[in-house]
Design a binder for this molecule. Structure first.
Ligand SMILES: CC(C)(COP(=O)(O)OP(=O)(O)OC[C@H]1O[C@@H](n2cnc3c(N)ncnc32)[C@H](O)[C@@H]1OP(=O)(O)O)[C@@H](O)C(=O)NCCC(=O)NCCS
Length: 223
């Protein structure tokens, strides 16, 4: 979605640098636990907790990514969409987890880790546009999307971005619920933006998250 000037009310205050957790200061390829603690302090994985890591997405990951993508969407991104994003240097990361005891994972990875999800974003002048966020179907409703959004917000604020933007299919109720719950506001509707099969089209809902307001809220609620 091209950011709409109307929707972007200028903010008096520029985003202030936030004290990011140590793992976030090290950048995306950080090994973190679900509660943000340093992995050195984390216990061995159990059924309720597994050690996880954000790692940069590379061409070598695309077989697995595309396989998950096909199971997660009615209209998945093609391999070319991912390749083009990587070639353009867009931030693209995988969220990997250690396999739990006895867990059978498909598609598997050579390193034995589980692909929990991934995201691709596109940085702009003062905003970051979320292009793709996906949680593998078997891993959904465990908080991973929210966790990836948290990481993306931190990363975006580290770039001094003021807005996070995205588009979502009007019919994608889980994703719209996720974004609404997270604090995104609907800022536009693009009629017939997405293909919907058999020459039908579907509207795109444009949503944005004000990272400056989010920072102020966080500061106000910090004890
Ligand atoms: C949308 C998606 C990313 C959510 O991932 P997830 O890891 O299951 O989401 P989370 O567990 O972090 O859920 C966070 C909140 O989002 C909402 N939510 C997520 N999935 C939902 C669903 N199926 N139905 C209703 N609300 C849902 C809930 O409010 C949830 O909080 P709760 O579990 O406390 O009720 C995942 O369903 C997915 O990958 N879908 C296919 C790809 C896709 O549509 N991506 C978005 C493209 S715009």
């Amino acid at each position: 979605m091209a950011p709409s000037a109307q929707a972007r009310t200028p903010d008096a205050a520029a985003p202030q640098p936030v004290a990011a957790p140590a793992w976030a200061q090290r950048g995306w390829p950080a090994l973190v636990t679900a509660d943000g603690a340093d992995p050195a302090d984390s216990p061995a994985p159990t059924h309720s907790q597994r050690r996880i890591a954000f790692v940069p997405m590379t061409e070598a990951d695309l077989d697995t990514v595309v396989e998950v993508e096909k199971t997660a969407y009615t209209h998945p991104w093609s391999r070319k969409h991912f390749s083009d994003s990587l070639r353009s240097g867009y931030p693209a990361v995988l969220l990997l987890g250690e396999a739990l005891p006895g867990e059978v994972v498909h598609p598997g990875r050579a390193d034995g880790r589980v692909l929990l999800g991934y995201l691709v974003a596109m940085p702009g002048v003062d905003e970051v546009h979320l292009l793709n966020i996906t949680v593998a179907p078997a891993q959904q409703r465990q908080g991973w999307a929210r966790f990836m959004l948290d990481a993306l917000v931190l990363w975006s604020r580290g770039q001094c971005a003021q807005w996070l933007w995205l588009e979502v299919r009007h019919s994608n109720a889980p994703a719209r619920a996720l974004y609404q719950r997270y604090g995104f506001a609907q800022v536009g509707l693009r009629r017939g933006y997405y293909p919907a099969g058999q020459r039908a089209r579907e509207d795109a809902v444009g949503m944005s998250l004000n990272l400056v307001a989010l920072a102020h809220t966080a500061q106000e609620t910090t004890p």
